[in-house]
Design a protein around this ligand. Structure first.
Ligand code: PEP
Ligand code: MN
Length: 247
């Protein structure tokens, strides 16, 4: 039975999950893990779901080796996206929290499979999904129980073009008022712009979000994916300190 529960996190003690869009190297991940006060929940893409087949697809097996090595040296909860039940064999041994991405919120066969394991799941909102469809998808994970599911608002597609997506703060308020689910925000994919990440996180937590998953890279300009929306370690730690001053 997985020991991870998100029960203790809430908008006065928010959960922070941080790390790069994609795992790129051992050194990149080691730098984050060696940083004092970096969260113990670390994200990193292994099999990337890119909109274009020519874009970087993630390191795959090589990234699995990197995380296995680092797990021998550091204690952390590894969060990564799963897009196909066939990935469980390789991802299972190193993954503490599965992330179901926006493109897979409607992948009910994947959700049914994850419902037979005890690994907690972050269920991102489909970029065109209504809140009711999103809550419906979460119903496929009922065996996990509300303490092992995080609903992640990551922005939806609208007519607006100044941001990558439109951050729906209303969905966070609605979910907190009408369901028992824990909710987090992904300001990185919602806004798509690094300098909008901090204010968007604050807005979401003010609206009731129980935490945030944020793209952080030791050197965002060099990131192999999503660099424009990725913040550096220092900016992340400053943001985190505003919510967790006693760290
Ligand atoms: C990600 O977290 O790297 C990602 C691809 O997110 P989303 O599925 O929300 O686009
Ligand atoms: Mn990304």
């Amino acid at each position: 039975m997985s020991k991870i529960s998100f029960k203790s996190f809430n908008n006065t003690n928010p959960l922070f999950i941080a790390g790069p869009c994609s795992i790129e190297s051992y050194d990149q991940m080691k730098t984050l893990l060696s940083t004092q006060n970096f969260p113990s929940f670390i994200r990193g893409g292994i099999y990337k779901m890119r909109s274009n087949p020519d874009s970087f697809q993630g390191l795959g097996d090589k990234a699995i080796e990197i995380i296995s090595e680092l797990k021998k040296e550091f204690t952390f909860n590894f969060v990564t996206e799963i897009s196909d039940p066939r990935q469980i064999e390789k991802l299972g041994p190193i993954t503490d929290v599965y992330q179901v991405g926006t493109r897979n919120m409607y992948n009910y066969e994947l959700l049914k499979e994850l419902n037979t394991h005890d690994t907690p799941v972050i269920l991102k909102r489909g970029f065109s999904a209504t809140v009711k469809e999103w809550v419906g998808a979460a119903g496929y994970l009922s065996n996990l129980g509300v303490d092992r599911i995080l609903l992640c608002e990551r922005g939806i597609r609208t007519f607006e073009t100044t941001q990558r997506n439109t951050l729906d703060i209303g969905s966070i308020i609605y979910l907190k008022q009408n369901t028992n689910f824990k909710v987090i925000v992904d300001p990185s994919h919602a806004l798509g712009v690094a300098r909008m990440v901090t204010p968007a996180t604050k807005a979401a937590i003010a609206a009731g979000s129980d935490g945030a998953i944020i793209e952080v890279h030791p050197n965002p300009e060099m990131a192999m994916s999503d660099g424009a929306q990725t913040i550096n370690i220092q900016d992340f730690l400053s943001l985190q300190k505003e919510f967790l001053p006693n760290l």
